[in-house]
Ligand binder design. Structure first.
Ligand code: RRO
Length: 325
């Protein structure tokens, strides 16, 4: 299950997605010991934030919805969390991804420069949180121009740590945004963040989340993530992708690789399958690859973009002769 991403060797293609288990060094280390190749910390911003008021998360039956609201200790305090996590992950060979946000492109660069003191292996610019619209306006991921500005500002501030940019699914052409971000200097793409949505409690006639809307994750968004990754791989074949969204089983992760991902992010699956989810998914992937004669996860990357080797012309339905049509 060994994998290479941007010339960095990882013991597994699975990545702990940001926002799940990523709030302390001990949780990040626990995820690292459970089958990940890399773990992503919860996004940190320029200053400490408390996040939104409860209710902030809900299992609505086909997935989760959250509006946690970017709670974090601020970049300066996050440096220690990342440095501790890195030390604990080192013996496992598991790599650390520092996730961060800001409210201006230059701010992204400044936060990245602070977090870089902890020497994370990778940086992930979170330009796609769906839950702070009322404070920050449209996410930077909403347009190619603003997304590219962030990528360029971070690369100027921290040229020597590879940069992943995390994109939003709710755009008309995610491939075009990925192209702009990579042309501006990003090394890789993470897709997707959660999908904006709302759950309404019909007894009170009110949205359940205090923030009213939130981000959907879990099994319901897997097809959205697969399509996004496929479109990005088509538009920017040279950029590796962390395919994230709705991966709950090993088979989902295989589909994500086939869509064009090099690594596979896992988040809500930990809610569904418990702390052992990452190990289960990794072992299921391994078993599927072996059963199908593949020797490495890399063997199936992008398979879904090939022209089908078989005739997929549908057989026309027979035209009824009894006058029924
Ligand atoms: O904290 C959140 O509410 C949050 C973030 Br930063 C994000 O990127 N995605 C999400 O679903 N929730």
């Amino acid at each position: 299950m060994k994998t290479t991403f941007l010339n960095i060797d990882l013991p597994s293609p699975l990545v702990l997605a940001s926002g799940i288990w990523g709030t302390s060094a001990s949780l990040l280390a626990r995820a690292g010991a459970a089958g990940c190749g890399a773990v992503t910390a919860k996004s940190a911003g320029p200053t400490p934030r408390g996040g939104h008021v409860n209710p902030t998360a809900l299992d609505w039956g086909h997935g989760l919805i959250n509006a946690i609201g970017l709670p974090n200790p601020g970049a300066e305090a996050e440096v220690q969390v990342l440095a501790d996590a890195r030390e604990r992950l080192e013996p496992l060979g598991v790599k650390l991804i520092a996730s961060f946000f800001a409210d201006t492109a230059e701010g992204f660069g400044q936060v990245a420069a602070i977090l870089a003191r902890a020497r994370p292996h990778l940086l992930e610019a979170n330009i796609s949180c769906p839950n702070v619209h009322s404070e920050f306006g449209d996410p930077f991921a909403a347009s190619a121009g603003s997304a590219a500005e962030v990528a360029a500002a971070v690369k100027r501030a921290v040229p020597d740590i590879p940069l992943i940019v995390k994109l939003a699914p709710n755009v008309p052409n995610i491939g075009r945004i990925a192209r702009a971000v990579v042309d501006a200097g990003a090394d890789a793409i993470c897709a997707i963040n959660t999908m904006p949505g709302m759950i309404i409690d019909i007894e009170s006639g009110q949205p359940v989340l205090q923030n009213r809307s939130g981000g959907l994750s879990g099994p319901a968004i897997l097809p959205i993530a697969l399509r996004s990754v496929y479109e990005i791989h088509r538009a920017v074949p040279e950029a590796p992708i962390v395919g994230t969204g709705g991966v709950t089983r090993g088979e989902d992760a295989i589909a994500m690789l086939m869509a064009g991902a090099t690594l596979v992010g896992v988040g809500s699956a930990i809610h569904y399958r418990g702390p052992g989810a990452l190990t289960l998914i990794r072992d299921e992937m391994d078993a599927w690859l072996t059963a199908h004669g593949y020797t490495s996860p890399a063997d199936v990357i992008g398979l879904a973009l090939r022209e089908p080797a078989y005739d997929i012309q549908p057989t026309p339905a027979p035209i009824p002769t009894d006058g029924s049509r």
